[in-house]
Design a protein around this ligand. Structure first.
Ligand code: BES
Ligand code: MN
Ligand code: ZN
Length: 495
């Protein structure tokens, strides 16, 4: 699907979307085309009130108009970038459901909005593209009505050049988000650790330095915890290191760490069969980190950021690690592996240690689908945030609010920490009960944070995949984290 910007035509033709504010206020173009009161009458014959992201088709208007839809923008003062993107998404969903191939969205000035028409237009364009994602690589017999029909969207606005300029800053989001969605959606027979790493290599075209390490190198580095998780798999474990160092020389980098369990069977602590297929997206953290690097490079951010992803497959096998095994992490600390299904923390602790030793980051933000317990606590609306540094926590929460990837800060503390003390090693990988399971997981990770490093752990188990979808995300992989990092960097680290 392609998007272009144009001036508002003198008279509208073809398939068009025009806007109405809450309480049924038609914006200028809608008013102008309200021939014979058609739009007003359609509204009064329906429940449409202009509420945010609602769509009312008004069919049968005189030629040359085709399918005409009224789109609610809600309260003008509540219209921000994300809600404008939702409008684009709602329009695209309606058009695809109706089999529309091309349409024009008319963006009139919205009185009382803090966004300019150009900004609204640019975000509508972005939302339209984000909603137009579809993963159909493995569909060989698609019926025509299952394909996305919409091929082109024209966003008509006074000052299309300005809209295009705003849009150009947003456009790299699309490729990055789609890159992550593809990684996360790919089936686990296709996307195993080496294949993930191979695909990440594509970022070198954008100027990212990409390094890939295999098991021999990880062994030399002493990553006993990471290797222990992967040892029951036929697929070789990998460490993916990405560098985008385009900020000031003196700036210590921001380190992003990602959990990349390409499939999580639980290992010898095997998961039940029902829903196990979901564990293909247990690499959603690594997917988000790789997509974030893609976006920062795509828009040439003036910042130093490194991404380190631990890529493994957690399988039960004759060579798999056993409950009771003790492994030595790269940090030298030992871990008694009580439950092989608590594997994320085992790979992350080595990736975190490596990133800190090598890159001396000023801050380290890690993304992982780490615990089912965070889904119990927060559902699918917010990711859990664990952080040892309140300013960093506030930056992340603010970035999440703007990016539409919301976080909720969770507690840490020594009373939780002692729950993972082991009788025979420095720590165990799970506590005795399930209580506070997301917190004890975070406590485990915190034991691998070096002195003076601001660290955040974002548990995205409830948000990496959406069974419902939303205005700009079809159901499936969300790419949660990509835009959050982009915002975090733009607002705090870019010089
Ligand atoms: N990958 C899972 C967590 C998960 C669950 C992600 C549901 C997405 C949706 C993780 O490796 C895991 O298995 N965690 C265990 C930890 C337990 C053994 C302490 C869990 O949450 O049950
Ligand atoms: Mn697991
Ligand atoms: Zn897992």
């Amino acid at each position: 699907m392609k998007v272009e910007f144009s001036a508002i035509p003198k008279s509208l033709a073809g398939n068009v979307a025009v806007l109405a504010a809450a309480d049924g206020q038609l914006l200028a173009s809608a008013q102008a085309m309200n021939a014979g009161d058609a739009l007003a009458r359609a509204m009064s014959a329906s429940r449409f009130t202009g509420a945010r992201q609602t769509v009312l088709p008004v069919l049968g208007l005189a030629a040359p108009l085709g399918r005409t839809v009224l789109v609610g923008i809600g309260k003008p003062r509540e219209l921000d970038g994300r809600t404008a993107e939702g409008l684009g998404g709602a329009i695209v969903a309606d058009a695809n459901a109706a089999g529309v191939k091309a349409l024009t969205v008319v963006v009139d000035p919205v009185k009382g909005s803090k966004l300019s028409p150009a900004q609204i237009a640019a975000h509508i364009a972005l939302g339209a593209l984000l909603r137009g994602y579809r993963f159909d690589r493995y569909k060989t017999k698609d019926k025509p009505d299952q394909k996305l029909s919409l091929e082109s969207v024209t966003v008509a606005v006074a000052g299309p050049a300005e809209a295009r300029r705003v849009y150009d800053r947003l456009a790299p989001t699309v490729d990055a988000v789609f890159f992550t969605r593809d990684l996360v959606t790919e089936p686990p027979n296709v996307l195993y650790p080496a294949e993930f790493a191979r695909r990440a290599k594509a970022l070198s075209k954008l100027g990212v330095k990409v390094e890939i390490m295999g098991e021999a190198e990880l062994k030399k580095l002493g990553m006993g915890a990471l290797l222990g998780v992967g040892q029951g798999s036929e697929r070789e474990s990998q460490l993916l290191v990405m560098q985008w160092m385009k900020g000031p020389k003196s700036q210590a980098p921001l380190a992003l760490i990602g959990k990349g369990v390409c499939f999580d069977t639980g290992g010898i602590s095997l998961k039940p069969a029902g829903g196990m297929e979901d564990m293909k997206w247990d690499m959603g953290g690594a997917g988000a980190v790789t997509g974030a690097m893609h976006l920062l490079a795509g828009r040439k951010a003036k910042v130093n950021v490194v991404g380190v992803c631990a890529l493994v497959e957690n399988m039960p096998d004759g060579n798999a690690q056993r409950p009771g095994d003790v492994v030595t992490t790269m940090s030298g600390q030992t871990v008694e592996v009580i439950n092989t299904d608590a594997e994320g923390r085992l790979i992350l602790c080595d990736a975190m240690w490596y990133a800190q030793n090598r890159f001396k980051p000023q801050a380290m933000v890690e993304f992982s689908t780490l615990t089912g317990a965070i889904v119990v606590a927060l559902g699918h609306e917010r990711a859990g945030l664990f952080c040892n540094n309140t300013p960093l926590s506030n930056k992340l929460r603010a970035a999440g609010a703007v990016a539409g990837e919301k976080l909720w800060r969770m507690p840490l503390g020594s009373a939780y920490d002692k729950l993972i003390d082991s009788d025979i090693a420095d720590m165990k990988n799970v506590s005795n009960g399930r209580d506070g399971g997301s917190i004890t997981a975070a406590q485990f990770l915190q034991r691998f944070v070096q002195e003076g490093v601001a660290w955040a752990h974002v548990d995205i188990a409830g948000v990496a995949w959406s069974s419902k979808g939303n205005a700009t995300t079809p159901k499936g992989a969300t790419a949660f984290g990509v835009r959050l990092v982009d915002r975090l960097v733009a607002d705090n680290y870019e010089k």
